[in-house]
Design a protein around this ligand. Sequence first.
Ligand SMILES: Nc1nc2c(ncn2[C@@H]2O[C@H](COP(=O)(O)OP(=O)(O)OP(=O)(O)O)[C@@H](O)[C@H]2O)c(=O)[nH]1
Ligand SMILES: [Mg+2]
Ligand SMILES: [Zn+2]
Length: 303
Amino acid sequence: MTGTVLRALGGVYEVQTEAGALEATIRGRVKREERREDKVVVGDEVDLEPTGDSGWAISRVHPRRSALVRRAPGKAPRPKTIVANVDQVVIVFAVAHPAPHLRMLDRFLVLCEANGLEPLIVANKTDLLPPDEVDALFAPYRSAGYPILTTAAKQGIGIAELRDAICNRTSALAGPSGVGKSSLLNAVQPGLGLRVASISEAAQKGRHTTVTAQLIPLDCGGYVADTPGLRELGLWGIEPEELAHYFPEFQPYLGMCRFGTGCTHTHEPACAVQKGVHEGAIHPDRYDSYRRLFAGEDEEDLM
Ligand SMILES: Nc1nc2c(ncn2[C@@H]2O[C@H](COP(=O)(O)OP(=O)(O)OP(=O)(O)O)[C@@H](O)[C@H]2O)c(=O)[nH]1
Ligand SMILES: [Mg+2]
Ligand SMILES: [Zn+2]
C-alpha cells in the first residue's frame, strides 16, 4: 500500500491512503538508509507494510518530486526539509502586526526559484493598513512579476481567490509566526479548526502556535500544508554565482555587464544590473537582498 505523509509526531506518521488515514512507524531499514534529519517529511509518498501487531510501517520513501529545503537553524550547516512534493509555496506575510520582513520574503522567493516551486505571495491583515500603503509595500514584487494576493482572514476578504489558487494541487503555506497562515486555512475550509493565537502585543511577534507541519486534504481537491512560523530563513544548496538567476527582474540585464557572465553585480564597473538599479527597473531593496545573499550573510535569529 502507498500513501502520503500528512504529519509526523514523534516517530509516528499519519499517512493518507486509499483506505483512509493510518498511523505508521518507520522500518529500521528506512531509518538507516535515509539521511537522519529528513528521512520522512510531510508530503512524502511512502510504501507501507503491515507489522506483526496489526499496525503499519513505512518501508520505502519514494524519490521526491520537489522539496522546500532551508538551512536548519543553529551553527552547524545542515539542510532541513520543510515539506516535500509541493507544487506551490504560498508565502504569507502580514502587512502589519507583525511588520513584514521583506528581506525574508526575498529569501523565500530565491528558495522557490532554486527549487522549481511556484511562489504565490499573500499579503494578509490588509484590514490593518490603508490600501495604498499595502500596494507600495509589495510594488517591487508586482513589478518583478510575482503573483500577489491581498487578504484579510478575519473579514473573509480574498479567501475565495486563495481557495481558487490552492484547489486541485499541492501547496504549502509558509511565513513568519503570527501572520495568519492557520487563520487563512480555517477561512478557506470552514470546520478545519486549526489552532490560532493572537500575537504578543509587547513583542509584536507571533507565538509559534502551529508547532508541526501538517498536510491537509482540501474539500475542493488537492492538499495544502500548514507549517510553523519561521524565525529566520537560511538558504541551502544555492551557490552565490547562481543567485542572480533567481531574481526575475535581473534577467534582462544578465550577460550585458562589461565582465559578462563573470560579473558578480556587486562592485564591478559598467555592470548592467547596477545600471538597472540606477534606472529604477530593479528595486534597491531587492538589489540589497541580492548583495547580502551573495556575501553569504546569514540572518540572525530574529526572535
Ligand atoms: N487583524 C487581523 N488579524 C488577523 C488576520 N488574520 C489572522 N489574524 C490574527 O493574527 C493572529 C495570528 O494568527 P495565526 O493564524 O495563528 O497565525 P500563524 O501564521 O498561523 O502563526 P504560527 O502558527 O505561529 O506560525 C490571530 O490572533 C489571528 O486572529 C487578519 O486578516 N486581520
Ligand atoms: Mg499557525
Ligand atoms: Zn553585473
